[in-house]
Ligand binder design. Sequence first.
Ligand code: SGN
Ligand code: CA
Length: 539
Amino acid sequence: MRKLLTWSLLFLTIISFSNCSKPEQKTKPNILFIMSDDHAYQAISAYSDHLIQTPNIDRLANEGILFSNACVSNSICAPSRATILTGKHTHLNGKIDNKMAFDTTQITFPQIFQKAGYETAMYGKLHFGNNPKGVDDFMILPGQGSYINPDFITPNGDTTITGYATDIIADLTIEWIDKKRDKTKPFMMMYLNKAPHRPWWPRADKFAEFSKKKFPEPETLFDNYEGRGTAAKTAEMNVLNHMRYSHDSKIRPETLAEMGKITPEIETYDWGFTGPYTDRVNEEQDALYKPTIDSINNWFKNNWNGLTLKEKMQWKYQRYMQDYLGCISSVDDNVGRMLNYLDESGLSENTVVIYTSDQGFYLGEHGWFDKRFIYNESFKTPLLIRWPNVIKPGITNDEMVQNLDFAQTFLEIAGIEAPNDMQGESLVPILKGDMNNWTRDAVYYHYYEYPAVHMVKRHYGIVTKEFKLAHYYYDIDEWELIDRLNDPNEMTNVFNDPKYADVVKEMKAKLEELRVKYKDSDELNQKYIDLTGNSTDLL
Ligand code: SGN
Ligand code: CA
């Protein structure tokens, strides 16, 4: 009898032990990190619905949290990705611009997930020039990648897939989650869109649909940069003066040749359609795009020369928005497919879904396209997170959170300890509504890629909810202070306004503190200038 009791006790212990370990395995949440390339928050209806409806991305806001002050630490593609992967500012991880190589000896957060027993993968655009580490599977676009019939680099060699990149990357991601991964493990998937990166080629049907639409103009489309310094005045990203007729507005080189001299004259060198379009499309696809390209070209040929400069700016802005938002429409459709797949497969409940972009983008604000500046449209980035049963659905938060924080946030969500040299802060207290455990009130920013395309000068700065202080250096020495609450369009530098003398003093001191905290310095600036500053191949 005693023996039987001992055996049954042992049996019960074994059962309860195995019961204990199983649910624990199961409750580790999956992470689905969705990031698009150059997706402006102004083009997500949960942020602002004046341009486009994005019902699927909005689902994440309705069912989770929307961050209205999320931002990046260096507003350009590869540096942002390096910061996300390492949890370190670019001056420490060394990927200060798109050109410098990423040092793959550094620890990235997917490696930590993989070590901790997660199944990991990365599909889409990485833009590092080397392959990702710490992923069980990857299919990445070479460099910027192509919209049409994209090539992919995979662990088993290169391949080309016929179709439209945004649809293909979603197909591949769903296929990996559904069929390819090891289902005994939780997963961490990085699903990275190429869209809506320049030169904004929508899928042929969206191209036709959106080319007939008209969009409201931003208040600052005709900004003359008067209230700001040299950097804003000399940047080369004005929709009228720097956006290319052919490469961007889809005017055929033949049409331009027929028309002769046109104004404004944009560098005679225009990349045309070659590369992104002519080199990629097959006959069948070309036939679908052609009627829309024809009608844009006919209109241009017959009307352009008779337009005033103001009308020319307005036309180019409309063309730009039609193509950019056509690309966004596919991104949103595919986020919808992804969320539906998670619902149908029963994965939604235990999967944390993040939607973000590698930085923001100008959609005609200040007359601009592109990014790079510490000004809002490029400094801020969309950030929406859904974590069922943890995040209260439908909340908005305006704390200063940054892409620097992502790695530590994801690690804490998964119950994995983060290395202590990461420089961000986990957002989990905010996600749980535990605001007493969130104290940071300012973020640090540093942009480097100059001289380079778009000619945005090097600058670093500090941003709080109320103010933004930036120092432009290298070939100038200028400071700018923006009163974020009273000047939401960021039109006036108040650095020399005596009314702000105390604010300048306080913000300068805080900026110095942040530079010490994050280990940035003038010596490091000089090191990076020596490495990149005089390199003409950046131009
Ligand atoms: C390309 C684009 C630029 C863009 C950079 C960086 N020109 O050079 O407009 O700023 O990429 O973008 S394009 O003619 O090739 O489209 S990033 O997202 O990779 O940082
Ligand atoms: Ca980008």
